[in-house]
Write a protein that binds this ligand. Sequence first.
Ligand SMILES: NC(=O)c1ccc[n+]([C@@H]2O[C@H](COP(=O)([O-])OP(=O)(O)OC[C@H]3O[C@@H](n4cnc5c(N)ncnc54)[C@H](OP(=O)(O)O)[C@@H]3O)[C@@H](O)[C@H]2O)c1
Length: 264
Amino acid sequence: MENKNKKLALVTGAASGLGFELSLLLAKDAYNLILIDIDADRLEEAKNNILKEHSTEITTLLKDLSLPDISLEIYEAIKGQPIDVLINNAGFGLFGTFCNTDWERESQMLNLHILTTTHLLKLILPDMVKRGKGKVLNLSSLAAFQPGPLMALYYASKGYILSFSEAISNELKGTGVTVTALCPGPTKTSFQSVVSQDTSENKIAFNMACPRDVAEYGYKAMHKGKVVAIPGTINKFLSVLPRILTRNRTTKIVRKIQDKNRAS
Ligand SMILES: NC(=O)c1ccc[n+]([C@@H]2O[C@H](COP(=O)([O-])OP(=O)(O)OC[C@H]3O[C@@H](n4cnc5c(N)ncnc54)[C@H](OP(=O)(O)O)[C@@H]3O)[C@@H](O)[C@H]2O)c1
């Protein structure tokens, strides 16, 4: 391994979107990288694109992060290497009424967002605490702040990530380790086309953010040790709307927006 003294970062879902942009920022800051994703070609392409711009060492791990015990497999694969930054980014959305959506895909999403994120932290955080340093960035969402009809499980799973991140961030005070929940609003990545695969076209009711800007915001927040990072003034306002309007009213608003997306 070259550059043995460099810091090491692990990023999940690094082949595209926010994960790729975050990996670029880490490479620019001279981190060695362990990049994980499910798609071999796109992961290799991401690695090559990063290496075109930055000289760093990149290990790729091809993993389906929705599989049970995958975190243990990853931990065993990286054993001995101290992780300075862990970015739990991989995720996807699913659209439709709960009674009609596909359980197989839903359970994969819940495994990925909830179990894998939690288990990876369970394995890696104690090492960080022992070393007295480490940064974690968990990808939550603006969806975490209210219920989301027609994307009920996605919203609920992002709510879990936010709540879990806030709680352990409190527990970690004074250890030198910080946990940040990044809560982006709609962002222009392939995530949006996956969510809208059941609709004829994806029409979202907001202007979508640029993934590079969102990644930069989250990256800075993580380095500052901020607990919750919400990029964009409108998103910050939307995150407190349930407290102003009540959760019941914002749930109805989200339903209207989702109906509109479905109808487009
Ligand atoms: N874009 C938004 O509007 C938005 C808003 C708020 C929060 N977020 C969150 O931001 C995170 C990143 O999303 P993104 O917008 O950057 O979407 P993206 O471009 O689709 O990136 C997600 C990456 O995760 C990978 N992935 C999905 N399932 C996986 C699995 N089981 N195992 C390993 N890798 C897997 C995807 O691979 P494949 O493409 O091959 O499946 C993809 O490379 C997600 O957690 C998402 O919920 C996104």
